[in-house]
Write a protein that binds this ligand. Structure first.
Ligand SMILES: [Zn+2]
Length: 377
């Protein structure tokens, strides 16, 4: 169908008036199918602008529920949405913004296991994920399917945007970062602060690149990384090169099976001897067994929720303050999700602490499994 309804003609008038875009661009948008991974800080502005611009079909993948601490940056969601699935809130906001967008929702985590199934049938992917396993799975699926992957990430006052599309001649994410960093070597999700406008800025640039890709407009960020330093307010550009030995996009490797890469922010899966579950911890605290609970979260996190009695040393100060950690009783190390605390357990073992274990799942698991009165964030 090539004709416009009166609503569409009025709604998109200012886009239709752009000579470089015009009716041809608008038709392409209407026919386009865009998959957004994440309805969070990056996905919110990206989804809002894509829906408002007239993209015909938007898919949204997100397993999480809305939390109050999301609202300063995740503008798809409002105060009344706290506790609801993000995909539900996103669908309502987007369809309210435009009746012309079809929203398909997937309330699950985008992983190596479901990446191909989720990404197949879409024209491009906008990756608004905040963890390495999803980022690698998104990259690998897009390369395998031959569709562009519009990448964005934010770290405090810095942002990055690029378009990974080996089929268009550029590199993929793995060409730059062949492997995910070891768990715990980068700060976890909870301790890094961010102003809401930072993902707002980066997600908006991702939407712009997606629209340019769909409309066939302008120069894309393929083979280029745009780096934003908001403190200095400098935008810099780096040229990216394809790695001829890339494990994913080199010749003959694009269709290889997609395997899990990296660790999710929240500790999950297998429990080792180095770990204790929150229910075990609750039992021994209830029995008043002699022990020390070492909480390695940041002061702002402790202000939200803490499990007294405990010893508090932020992760970054543990090396200087190791002497405060007793050696004569068992030590259980706690953080938000179990990643930072795992790093501290490894560090303390390296310093000769034999009886130190990680609290698996952190205070988030405590809130979910032991005491719902402990607020999560
Ligand atoms: Zn590559």
């Amino acid at each position: 169908m090539n004709s416009w309804s009166a609503d569409e003609a009025a709604r998109y008038a200012r886009q239709l008036a752009l000579p470089e875009f015009g009716p041809a661009g608008q038709h392409k948008l209407r026919a386009a199918r865009v998959l957004l991974i994440g309805a969070g800080g990056l996905g919110s502005p990206a989804a809002m602008y894509l829906a408002a611009a007239g993209v015909g079909s938007l898919g949204i993948v997100d397993p999480d529920e809305v939390e109050l601490s999301n609202l300063h940056r995740q503008i798809l969601h409002g105060t009344a949405d706290a506790g609801r699935p993000k995909v539900d809130s996103a669908r309502e906001t987007l369809t309210a913004a435009s009746p012309h967008v079809r929203v398909e929702t997937f309330r699950e985590r985008f992983t190596a296991a479901n990446a191909l199934d989720l990404a197949r049938g879409w024209d491009l992917v906008v990756d608004g994920s905040d963890n390495f396993p999803t980022r690698y799975a998104s990259n690998d699926a897009c390369v395998a399917l031959g569709i562009p992957n519009v990448y964005g990430s934010v770290w405090r006052f810095e942002g990055q945007v690029s378009v990974f599309a080996p089929h268009l001649g550029g590199p993929c994410y793995r060409c730059l970062n062949p492997q995910a960093p070891a768990a715990g070597s980068v700060p976890g999700c909870a301790e890094a602060g961010v102003l809401g406008v930072m993902p707002g800025l980066v997600g908006t640039l991702q939407a712009l690149e997606a629209i340019k890709l769909i409309a066939g407009l302008g120069d894309l960020l393929t083979g280029r990384l745009l780096h934003i330093d908001a403190i200095a307010m400098k935008f810099r550009e780096f040229t990216l090169r394809c790695d001829p030995n890339c494990a994913r996009c080199a010749d003959g490797r694009r269709q290889l099976p997609i395997e899990a890469e990296g660790e999710f922010c929240e500790a999950s899966g297998i429990m080792t001897n180095d770990e204790i579950s929150v229910t075990e911890l609750a039992a021994l605290r209830g029995a008043a067994d002699a022990h020390v609970l070492l909480d390695v979260r940041e002061p702002w996190e402790l202000a939200v929720a803490r499990l007294d009695p405990c010893l508090t040393i932020p992760m970054g100060e543990v090396p200087q303050r190791t002497a405060e950690v007793p050696r004569d009783v068992p030590v259980y190390v706690l953080c938000h999700g179990g990643v930072r605390s795992g790093t501290v357990v490894e560090f303390l073992r390296g310093r000769g602490y034999a009886n130190v274990r990680n609290v698996r799942g952190g205070i988030a698991a405590w809130s979910a499994e032991v005491d719902a009165a402990v607020p999560t964030y």
